[in-house]
Design a protein around this ligand. Structure first.
Ligand code: GAR
Length: 220
């Protein structure tokens, strides 16, 4: 078989909300030569617009509603069963707003990416834009990282900076951070599918070399 007809790495996207990052990934994956295929989109929230975006793109969807389970472990078990059935090479968390158990995260070590709206390790958790404003920071941004058991604490692969402007609100900052997310996430997913990034024991390997710091998109 010719190398260019080998099956592409498969991607499963998990989302909870509007799915603008999912849309950026769908659009990128439609470009000629994109090295991966989005095979399914899973949501924990039945009405999420991300499901609509996936359906529009003819991508299979599934819902595992966290409200139907009595514990985090049961929910994660049900989600894991769905994912195992689809057996993707990569799981992309794109605004997936559930904290995952250690068992779940360990099961997919090195195969799961997350987008977080801050320059990690600063501002893990929620409400990052308001917290940046409250602290009077001049720089904000987005990080893409491998998911490990530490919440928003896995090794960072790439970041894009956003300059905080006078008069910024949490909403205006969120909008500019999201613009960067939509550029950066497809780039990182592409690297993963090309086999360029891996989670090593000491951090991220890029082309087989341990990265000393995250890749950075130019400031804007
Ligand atoms: C994104 O801005 C992402 O950074 C954030 O949720 C948003 C989802 O938007 N993720 C987190 O806060 C994870 N802790 P989207 O549904 O339009 O892609």
């Amino acid at each position: 078989m010719k190398a260019d007809s080998a099956p592409l790495p498969t991607i499963l996207v998990l989302a909870s909300g509007s799915g603008t990052n999912l849309q950026a990934l769908i659009d990128a994956s439609r470009e000629r030569g994109f090295p991966g295929e989005i095979i399914a989109v899973g949501c924990n929230t039945p009405g999420a617009f991300a499901l609509e975006r996936a359906a529009q793109a003819n991508i299979k969807t599934f819902v595992v509603n966290h409200k139907s389970y009595g514990s985090r472990e049961e929910f994660d078990g049900a989600l894991m069963a769905e994912i195992r059935r689809l057996n993707p090479d990569l799981i992309v968390l794109a605004g997936f707003m559930r904290i995952l158990t250690g068992d779940f995260v360990r099961a997919f070590r090195g195969q799961m990416l997350n987008v977080h709206p801050s320059l990690l390790p600063a501002y893990t958790g929620l409400n990052t834009h308001q917290r940046v404003l409250d602290a009077g920071d001049s720089k904000h941004g987005v990080s893409i990282h491998f998911v490990t058991e530490e919440l928003d604490g896995g090794p960072v692969i790439a970041q894009a900076e956003v300059t905080v402007a006078k008069g910024d609100t949490a909403d205006s900052l969120a909008e500019r951070v999201q613009q960067q997310e939509h550029i950066l996430y497809p780039i990182v997913v592409r690297w993963f599918c090309e086999g360029r990034i891996q989670l090593g024991t000491d951090g991220v390997l890029f082309d087989g070399e341990l990265m000393s710091q995250p890749m950075r998109l130019p400031s804007n």
